[in-house]
Write a protein that binds this ligand. Structure first.
Ligand SMILES: Nc1ncnc2c1ncn2[C@@H]1O[C@H](COP(=O)(O)OP(=O)(O)O)[C@@H](O)[C@H]1O
Ligand SMILES: N[C@@H](CC(=O)OP(=O)(O)O)C(=O)O
Length: 467
């Protein structure tokens, strides 16, 4: 049977012509790489601006009625530099420019949809350009618009989710020998408006296509050699993870391993398509393989340690909370009223902490929500804690081990890092801690050192035995 791979390239892999050259070599080196997903051009150097961020500025200029000419020129330059590197025809570049310039002339249901459509053009124009570059380089390629493929999304313009019907549509997509090039990050609502996933969502498109087109492998090319056991920006010499499970990846990406979008794992799980994260700049390395749980056993307790500062917490204290029927129900009703979801809700006898994703909340909603909770539930203490980070220590091997928690807490105690919350048991493969944001990176470093460096009996020997 013919093997087919979906291959996604992140913005860092498509930042300029030199990177696109490497991407083309990767695609051409393996005929099984039939479906390519592109992000918008990303950062070329540390202080550079991603095209998606330039498009957000462009959209805001139009919304605010300010001049956008220089932003449009800066965005177009990014595509032109790539196109010129491959001698694509002037008409291709003219067409991209015309689409970019015409964005403000389209009609949108509201500013949120306008924003989504502007953002989506980062990937749309890049996929069109990439298909032209690949064809120019000798591989027949075709740009596929998400509307043609039937990628249907929910009505949430800048944080959409995929509708199940997409998979029926993809099953009916017909294609020949040419390589298909899809733009990542966006799709269409049933009403025909462009909607995007949350930031980093091109990974989700790749995963949807891998499931929908029944790929054998989803390769996700980025700018690091592998997924490391800790973010390399926090622990520069962190060990690469050679193999991990879907579930481990989901928990680690949720808690800060931004190398792979946390929602992107779900279509791959549903379709049971393994994922291989690899480096565009070092494509011969094996990278990290993410597989179904049934294909993996691990003896080591910890696979990875992640941290994220994107959280806030609401702490409530009232005596006899445990005896009060309906207390949590009333809180949930207030959250529902303000259309707010919560992330975690650890509780004690008289205490309750509710942890929120801060990026979903504005200060006005927080104020109103806290006010309603104070009035309707009358807690003895109500504290809104903005300075909240979550550390997630994840490993399938944790289930078979006693004492992992002790090994997590000990290095933190030794370095005087206070822990506000510990959640163990809700997920059998992870332990979650709450800390101050300023302690989060240090906490990851010390836990990492403890498990992977200081005491080999804790993790290291088993790690070496496995690789
Ligand atoms: N545990 C981790 N392992 C590897 N990279 C990580 C990890 N956690 C965070 N990262 C970051 O993820 C980055 C790659 O993701 P991203 O910038 O979204 O790439 P792309 O442009 O390919 O989509 C890496 O450069 C690295 O800084
Ligand atoms: N370009 C979009 C979507 C995306 O996934 O990008 P990247 O692959 O560069 O993370 C963003 O910046 O959010």
């Amino acid at each position: 049977m013919k093997v087919m791979k979906v291959v996604k390239f992140g913005g860092s892999s498509l930042a300029d012509a030199a990177h696109v050259q490497k991407v083309i070599r990767i695609v051409q080196s393996d005929p099984e790489r039939k479906v390519v997903v592109t992000s918008a051009p990303g950062k070329r150097f540390a202080d550079d601006i991603k095209v998606t961020d330039l498009l957000i500025k462009y959209a805001n200029a139009i919304i605010n009625g300010t001049d956008a000419k220089s932003i449009v020129a800066t965005i177009f330059d990014r595509y032109q530099e790539i196109g010129n590197g491959f001698h694509v025809s002037k008409s291709v570049l003219d067409d991209l420019k015309a689409k970019l310039t015409a964005l403000p002339d389209q009609s949108y249901p509201n500013d949120d949809y306008l924003m989504a459509a502007f953002k989506a053009h980062g990937e749309r124009l890049n996929a069109e350009l990439f298909a032209a570059c690949l064809t120019e380089a000798g591989t027949q390629a075709r740009f596929v618009d998400p509307s043609e493929a039937g990628i249907l999304l929910s009505d949430n313009p800048n944080g959409a989710t995929v509708l199940e019907q997409t998979y029926d549509n993809l099953a009916n997509l017909t294609y020949g020998e040419e390589t298909l090039v899809f733009p990542g990050f966006f799709g269409f609502t049933k009403e025909g408006n462009i909607a995007t996933f949350a930031r980093g969502g091109s990974d989700i498109t790749g995963s949807i296509l891998a499931r929908g087109l029944k790929a054998d492998l989803y390769e996700n090319f980025t700018d690091v050699d592998a997924i490391f056991a800790a973010n390399p920006k926090i622990v520069p010499d962190a060990r690469p993870i050679h193999k991990m499970t879907f579930r481990e990846m989901r928990e680690l990406s949720y808690a800060g391993f931004s190398v792979f979008n946390d929602e992107a794992i779900i279509p791959a799980i549903q379709g049971q398509v393994p994922i291989n994260v690899k480096n565009t700049n070092n494509p011969d390395l094996p990278g990290t393989l993410i597989v179904p749980e049934k294909d993996f056993t691990s003896k080591k307790p910890v696979t990875g340690i992640a941290a994220s500062n994107r959280f806030s917490a609401l702490y409530l204290h009232r005596y006899l909370l445990n005896k009060e029927v309906g207390f949590t129900l009333k809180i949930l009703q207030i959250l529902y009223k303000y259309d707010v979801s919560y992330e975690h809700m650890p509780s004690g006898i008289d205490d309750l902490t509710i942890i929120f994703d801060r990026s979903q909340l504005d200060s006005d909603t927080i104020k109103k929500m806290c006010h309603d909770i104070q009035v309707e539930l009358n807690p003895d203490t109500l504290d809104w804690i903005d300075d909240y980070a979550i550390i997630m220590v994840v490993g399938e091997g944790m289930r078979a081990r006693v004492g992992t928690i002790e090994n997590i807490i000990r290095p933190l105690a030794e370095h005087d890092i206070p822990v506000h919350m510990i959640n163990q048991g809700a997920s059998r493969i992870s332990i979650m801690l709450g800390t101050r944001q300023s302690d989060a990176d240090a906490a990851v470093k010390y836990i990492y050192q403890h498990f992977f460096k200081e005491d080999p009996s804790v993790n290291q020997l088993e790690y070496q035995a496995e690789v």
